[in-house]
Design a protein around this ligand. Sequence first.
Ligand code: GCW
Length: 698
Amino acid sequence: MTTHTANTAVHPAWLPDAALAPLRTRTVAVLGEGVCLDTVRAELADARPAAPAEATLAVARLDASDAAAGTSDLAAALGLDPGALPTLPASGFAIVRTAGRAVVLGADDAAALRGLYALAREHAVAALRSEPHPDGVTTSAPAMPLRMLDHWDNMTVHPVMGQVERGYSGGSIFFADGEVRTDLSRVRAYARLLAATGIDAVALNNVNVHAREARLLTDGLPDVARVAAQLRAYGIRTFLSVSFGSPRLLGGLDTNDPLDPGVAAWWAEAANAVYDVVPDFGGFLVKADSEGQPGPFAYGRSHADGANVLAAALAPHGGTVLWRAFVYNHTQDWRDRSTDRARAAYDHFAPLDGAFADNVIVQVKHGPMDFQVREPLSPVIAAMPRTRVALELQVTQEYTGHQRHVCYLAPAWREYLTFPLDGERTVAEIVAGTPGGGAGQARPSHPAGGIAAVSNVGDDEFWTGHPLAQANLYAFGRLAWDPTLEPDAVLEEWIALTFAGAGPAALPRIRAALHAVMAGSWLRYEGYTAPLGVGFMVTPGTHYGPSVDGYEYSPWGTYHFADRDGVGVDRTRATGTGYTGQYPAPWRDVYESRRTCPDELLLFFHHVPYDHVLHSGKTVIQHVYDSRADAVAELDDVDAQWESLADLVGTAIPTALDTRVRERLAEQRRSAVEWRDQVRSYFFRKSGVPDATGRRIY
Ligand code: GCW
């Protein structure tokens, strides 16, 4: 299979012309220099130019120096009262609306561009709600200093994993046939979409760095520079995943030992070469000592030693190392009950707090296992107060239905981000480095890290396979910018923008139907798949569809321990693996006790008999039977909601989009029924307990 033919038809996603049209029909002025201001000019190219003071839309860059100087010149140029110019936070923008005019001010050129897209969003949402946006000033700045998407893209097609690691949306937008694509127009279109959400960093290649991709760091640099130029125009910095084994693999050295001076010199040279061609290069993303990737353990060195040698190479250039904490034993003996994969990241990393260089960010998956539909938050996030930590999420739906199932993930992410993990601060505050010091807050603030997620796009016509999975990409960017946004409000924005051209009669109907289809889809997916936080009942390898015992006797450390009497993993301090002890108060005790452990995480922390009664009042076994049936039954309404839009197909809803959604809804139903029946039958056969409602269990 080759991937060299780029799909030329690209769905405009949340930036259709209709969403930009209200801006392009105004008279405009764009003030200031910068590559992103050139992008602003290109976005508004159809608009009629006007003098700044007369323009009905003005976009300007308000540098800190202007602000300090009282901003009077800029204000005069824009025809504004100097007092009307807001103070802009770093990387932030403001929109000033007065009597039919809008002035967008960015703290830098990228911020001005983001402000322009924010204005388009406000227009679209106002149109959806049929409420004009009120006059006044709105100021906005990113909560997270780093808002990154990681691509798991390979340059060549991997025999098992495909081109994009498991890839649910076609081939890579960056690579084809072992090379960086010649035509980067899709990359540019992607960067534009990301800029409208607030994303500011992209890692181009898979964290599993194969031999070909490793060479992006050396002979691939001119091509990396071409990609970086596309991303830069939208305020996005380029990162590369690099192999810890590069000094040997690429440099011909006889060691990768991070404390070897020759190794340090090799990395320094490699970094110099990157910055020669990409002066604003972001840095390196590293998966080391993880699932077969090389790392410092081979030399008896710590992960701090490993990260710091790369950090030293990048530091003179202002670059950052994102060092992943996904380190565990993937060749475990399933008979060994003392090893608990959930413990691994904390056991490896927490003792290293304070040992990482200032330009290292430790990147931690949200849960201690691996992006399951339900996991507790990783205790590592709260365990390293002297270390910059980034939260890692999956926009790509590896364990949540492969972009064949509708699964709007913003409600899950919002739950993680707002979880008070150290008892005082939320996960968002910890990784953002939000200063503490509130009344009664005893814990010091963490240094600022950020947030990263695995991207879900490919060269598919709709970017994401399932057209509705575009909403996840949109929502990730928006929550990275502002973790306090409500998932329903973000969904509303996405609908307003994506269907901006639908017209006032169709739009409210699309809005209502998509809310019904998408808002509760994460809990629905949880409802028909693995129950009560137990995780890993997927088909090994592909990770799609049910295989309840698929990983039970494997080396991966992902077990549910179901037998005739009960199910779940005992991770308590009292009788289990002791994992609960990795949490700060109050969670170490909340999770330790069956009485206080939330139902949805019960089987993550406890091995319980099937007749254990949940807080919901149901037994575990009856919950397994009921939830799977209820979740599948909800799909009737999902189908009916989409069907209710049938008369809009061909006008407000493109025919190709409708065809794709219908195809995916049918597969979701088939797969969900498969999940329901296999999980229920499995537990019936193990336990012998009949379903209290008398439904047929196979
Ligand atoms: O669980 C695993 C996935 C791998 C992935 C890995 C990781 C990129 O199945 O495909 O490799 O997680 O996050 O590094």
